[in-house]
Design a binder for this molecule. Structure first.
Ligand code: GLU
Length: 657
């Protein structure tokens, strides 16, 4: 082992220490006093960093670093990123190497057949073409092909219940992939290494193989059939019909060949050359009983025309911190932002007033804010290049206050309708369109996708959520090329919503060239202009709630980054929805007690507690990888998620004081 060492947990001093520099008022300075008793160190004066909770992974420590930190859900991918940093590369270079390695070692979650959103913050003294101190939101989201139509998912011969399963494993759901173009764009604009250098380590592991971890093994065993649907996919993950198990060697020569071709010829071979032709052919597959109707509509032209967009992130100020995340076509920043602004009126973190971590009042207002924000998300959010998303109205403080007023302290509200942010959005002033019907949609899907975070020695930060949508995407592997195609287009409304109720803009209806609404929320938190935290999560629409949980844990509950990641999460993903909550794993502490669940049930919440005292918090929600920077000392920290094989690798460890 060279000069870097692996840790998988960190005490972050950054929040409490950074706070010493500002004047938030007494409540915030006293926050440690209000932290949940399990998180408080007896005798620790307010304002002093809390030590990490004991976790089951005793090898974890709270190491600090100066040479950069990589936090990724798989150790081999984390290593690939750290190697780049160790050779003098920056966070963008490392992010590129991590993505190619993830394509090899976590093929079920992300890769060149998919898309993603990357937040990049350039350090103030960053070098290169762009002025430092700026934050960019890279949009490498998949696009609908030019031949897409709003009703294309109305496949005959299938029931509404079966539609998602059929559509999401047929070519019709394959969006024009953006991940490779995103990485190439990021490297060309902000990186210092060539694309071929970023790919190199992944080629070796694809060619020579690696040992399957328990998470990949579980995803193969519990694939819902996806790895058996297509012969190429089955041949890789179920050779001779036997699912690969933990510890088995996974060798992917076709994928190695693809990566070699891209390294040699550049992204053009993927978007215009022989790989493009193979993608177009592969996405013509569809599942019985829909046959030709389920074939994909992507053409070579669609691939050639694919373009990465550099967007402005959206941020909200929450108790003195600026929380910046992904703008449309993701609903991430807008929905997390609405929730934070609604919750700011409650004294979250103040245990003396019943708002400590995991207490009924805290969980109640979180759930209600989620329900309200998801109602707005369902109606108003989509690809802003195609529909007018009232971004300013949705985050207008008066509008959000009018929504937050619907939260009662003593009872769960009736299912809320979407609000009407248009009068609060200057581009829509005077628009009196009424908005009425409640959102009953619920999009809970199993955990897929992945998020990683990187900070380099100069302070450049990358927060990247990357996906092929469902675990295993469509299950279609491009024959001869060894990578999976996404099913991202099922993130669109499967049935057109426009004008189904008065004024419904159909914000997320399919249209040619449009990007489906995402929930991905790669996040960077700033104090003033300085980044102090980066994190994000997979998990479909629960992503938004994982990011919210972690944000509250850090800012309101005074947890270290690792504590904030470990703690059990709570999620509701629609206005009518029921609560899902975690608590089964030993590291998910402090638990949401059954008494608390019963208290929530008494308020009218659904999905929690039972009459016989059983613990209903058994969900698995997200996988958060984060980095943190202590502004005072410049020290860097990482936190990673035991819900997968989360790994933090730091360079230039700082000696413990
Ligand atoms: N298709 C999802 C989205 O963009 C990917 C994230 C996930 O499902 O984990 O919201």
């Amino acid at each position: 082992m060279s000069h870097f060492s692996i840790v998988a947990a960190a005490l972050i001093a950054c929040l409490p220490l950074a706070r010493a520099h500002d004047d938030w008022g007494d409540r915030d300075r006293d926050r440690d006093r209000h932290a949940h008793p399990a998180l408080r160190t007896p005798g620790t004066p307010p304002g002093i960093a809390l030590p990490p909770l004991a976790t089951p992974a005793s090898a974890w420590d709270g190491k600090a670093f100066r040479g950069g930190v990589v936090s990724v859900s798989h150790p081999l991918a984390a290593q690939a990123g750290a190697d780049v940093l160790a050779r003098g590369g920056n966070a963008i270079d490392a992010a590129a190497a991590v993505q190619f390695m993830l394509n090899v070692v976590e093929p079920q979650f992300s890769g060149i057949g998919g898309g993603g959103f990357m937040m990049i913050h350039l350090a103030a003294d960053g070098r290169g073409r762009d002025r430092g101190g700026r934050t960019f939101a890279l949009d490498g989201r998949e696009k609908a092909p030019a031949a897409a139509t709003p009703a294309m998912f109305q496949l005959s011969g299938t029931t509404p219940q079966a539609l998602f399963g059929i559509a999401s494993t047929s070519g019709i759901s394959v969006g024009v992939p953006g991940t490779l173009a995103l990485i190439d764009t990021a490297l060309k604009r902000w990186g210092t290494i060539r694309l071929s250098e970023a790919i190199e380590p992944a080629i070796g592991v694809a060619q020579n193989g690696f040992r399957i971890n328990r998470f990949l093994a579980a995803n193969i065993a519990g694939d819902g059939g996806r790895t058996s649907l297509q012969p190429e996919t089955a041949a890789v993950f179920r050779p001779n019909g036997v699912p690969l198990a933990e510890g088995d060697l996974l060798v992917q020569p076709d994928l190695a060949r693809t990566l070699r071709a891209i390294a040699r010829k550049g992204p053009k071979v993927f978007y215009e050359g022989e790989i493009a032709q193979a993608i177009v052919a592969a996405q013509q597959r569809s599942r019985a009983p829909v046959a030709a109707e389920g074939a994909g509509r992507m053409t070579l032209r669609d691939l050639k025309d694919y373009g990465v967009l550099v967007r402005e992130p959206i941020s909200v100020d929450y108790r003195g911190w600026r929380v910046a995340s992904m703008s449309p076509p993701s609903s991430g920043a807008l929905t997390v932002g609405q929730m934070l602004l609604m919750l700011e009126r409650f004294p979250i973190g103040d245990a003396a007033r019943g708002y400590g971590f995991g207490e009924a009042k805290t969980l109640h207002v979180m759930a209600e804010a989620m329900r309200l924000a998801f109602a707005d998300r369902a109606r108003w959010m989509g690809d802003a290049d195609f529909v007018d998303v009232p971004e300013r109205g949705l985050l207008n403080r008066h509008y959000v206050a009018s929504r937050a007023q619907l939260i009662g302290e003593s009872t769960r509200m009736a299912t809320p309708a979407a609000g009407n942010p248009l009068p609060y959005d200057e581009r829509h002033r005077g628009d009196k369109r009424s908005v009425a019907l409640p959102d009953n949609s619920e999009e809970v899907r199993p955990s897929h996708t992945t998020h990683y975070s990187i900070v380099d020695r100069w302070g450049n930060v990358v927060s990247f959520t990357t996906t092929i949508e469902s675990t295993w995407g469509t299950g279609i592997m491009v024959p001869g090329w060894g990578f999976l195609l996404n099913n991202e287009l099922t993130d669109f409304n499967l049935a057109p919503a426009k004008d189904t109720t008065p004024g419904d803009p159909g914000a997320n209806d399919v249209a040619p060239g449009k990007r489906p609404r995402s929930s991905m929320a790669p996040t960077i938190v700033f104090k003033g202009r300085e980044p102090v935290l980066a994190y994000g999560s997979p998990g479909g629409s629960t992503i938004i709630n994982s990011v919210l949980n972690v944000t509250l844990n850090l800012i309101d509950h005074g947890m270290s980054l690792q504590q904030a990641i470990d703690a059990p999460r709570l999620s509701v993903t629609s206005a009518a929805g029921t609560i899902s909550c975690e608590g089964t794993e030993a590291f998910m502490r402090p638990k949401f007690s059954v008494a608390t669940q019963d208290a929530l049930r008494a308020l009218g919440h659904l999905g929690l507690g039972t009459a016989n005292g059983a613990d209903a918090c058994t969900a698995a929600i997200g996988s958060v990888q984060g980095v943190a920077i202590d502004l005072r000392s410049g020290r860097q920290y990482g936190g990673a998620d035991l819900r997968r094989e989360g790994t933090v690798i730091g360079l230039k460890p700082v000696r413990a004081d």
